[in-house]
Design a protein around this ligand. Structure first.
Ligand code: GLA
Length: 401
């Protein structure tokens, strides 16, 4: 992927990882009076295709993006954790002498959940001070929660010298989100945040948890992310409801998970299925097919096919799965209106939905005019500003040197 800067000015959210790490180091020194001993970084993700398939044991095709959460930290002798978040300007303090529980402020639960996971593993957690800084918009559908969890897990591995296997680490972070944030998410975000490779998307089989890196280095094509700046709140219950509807569909179809159902079987069962449940299942089954086709098309640099699959995915999420919103639909309609003639290859909502971001594949040489036209048309249609930026596929979480 070629790297193209959007038209927006460099803001906190637009920082490179180097600048973010530097800012975080300075903030740590200001908060705690000395330099941090460790810095860890975890990327956000954008899902190219394969939405709401992960908790149905299906396929997803995400990539990590060049937006990160960075934690700067050092041990303290008090067996207490003090966390300062630059995004909210608030601080959380709690003891790690006893099992860590949910608490305030709300954002601290992502880290509390990970610390509790390490404690349950029998891996003692030392006291530490930390500053958390991020170039990821929170609640923007770019995997900010997973980045926070995985950054915390990477830090605890480093402080305690307890390396976890990648899958074990992803599952621990997923459990933190289930139990401490109340969102019954799938494995996609945490897995991608840990296993992503630079210049590659990741085709992940969410049943076997085997992943295949899919090379994305064609300089003619770029990934553009359009944040509608409509915040989504997964804990509101719509996400959990979708998951329950899928489980109901699997039960009705007498399969262990929707991954095992076929379109033929689903159609045959249509008369006895609740119509909403039928549509949810149809989305998952067709999305799994689209995801596998898209991975093959990317490998073949058949971008036009990838673009068509992205539009079809959006329509299915909008009509069958009903997780889009007018702002996301507006982005996709504008992108489709610009079309291949203006350099737009495909576009769809990405992540859980109900707001957040759309992802578009575009021709690199048309990135600037597309960014401008999309931004202007969105503002005209929706009456608010979108934030548009591009990203190459980035590497997974790591300890910074
Ligand atoms: C959120 C969840 C993921 C996945 C997506 C939808 O990002 O965390 O597990 O279910 O929504 O594809």
């Amino acid at each position: 992927m070629a790297f193209v800067r959007g038209l927006l000015l460099l803001s906190g959210l637009d920082m490179t990882l180097d600048l973010l790490a530097e800012r975080s180091r300075e903030l740590f020194a200001r908060c705690f009076g000395h330099a941090p001993r460790w810095q860890v970084a975890a990327p956000g993700r954008v899902n190219l295709i394969g939405e709401h398939t992960d908790y149905n044991e299906g396929f997803v095709l995400p990539m990590a993006i060049e937006r990160h959460t960075v934690i700067s930290a050092d041990r303290n002798p008090r067996r207490e954790v003090t966390l300062h978040s630059t995004a909210t300007g608030s601080t959380a303090s709690f003891s790690v002498r006893t099992p860590v529980r949910r608490g305030e402020p709300a954002w601290s639960n992502y880290l509390r959940g990970v610390i509790a996971g390490f404690q349950q593993h029998g891996k003692g957690v030392a006291g530490f001070d930390a500053v958390i800084d991020s170039s990821l918009p929170y609640g923007g559908g770019l995997g900010s929660s997973a980045a926070l969890e995985v950054a915390a897990a990477t830090l605890l591995e480093t402080i305690g010298r307890h390396p976890l296997a990648p899958l074990e680490k992803a599952l621990l972070c997923q459990r933190a989100e289930h139990k401490f944030a109340g969102v019954p998410c799938g494995i996609m975000d945490q897995f991608t945040c840990i296993k992503a490779q630079e210049n590659h998307a990741l085709l992940l089989d969410c049943r076997s948890r085997l992943s295949l890196p899919v090379r994305m280095t064609d300089p003619k094509v770029s990934v553009l992310i359009v944040n509608t700046n409509v915040r989504h709140k997964l804990a509101d219950g719509e996400y959990a409801r979708r998951r329950a509807e899928c489980e109901a569909a699997a039960r009705d179809l007498k399969v262990p998970a929707l991954r095992d159902a076929t379109l033929k079987g689903l159609r045959a069962a249509r008369a006895r299925l609740d119509p909403v449940v039928f549509r949810r299942a149809r989305h998952v089954l067709t999305e799994n097919e689209r995801t596998l086709k898209a991975a093959r098309a990317i490998q073949a640099c058949d971008w036009s096919t990838v673009g068509q699959l992205m539009y079809a995915s959006h329509a299915s999420l909008r009509d069958d799965y009903q997780v889009s919103c007018p702002e996301l639909d507006a982005v996709v309609e504008i992108a489709r209106g610009l079309g291949e003639g203006e350099g737009v290859i495909g576009c769809r909502m990405t992540g859980a939905g109900f707001g957040g971001c759309a992802v578009s594949l575009i021709r690199t040489d048309a990135a600037l005019p597309i960014t401008r036209k999309l931004g202007e048309a969105f503002e005209k249609k929706v009456g608010r500003q979108a934030t548009i930026f591009s990203s190459r596929p980035a590497a997974g979480a790591r300890v910074l040197p």
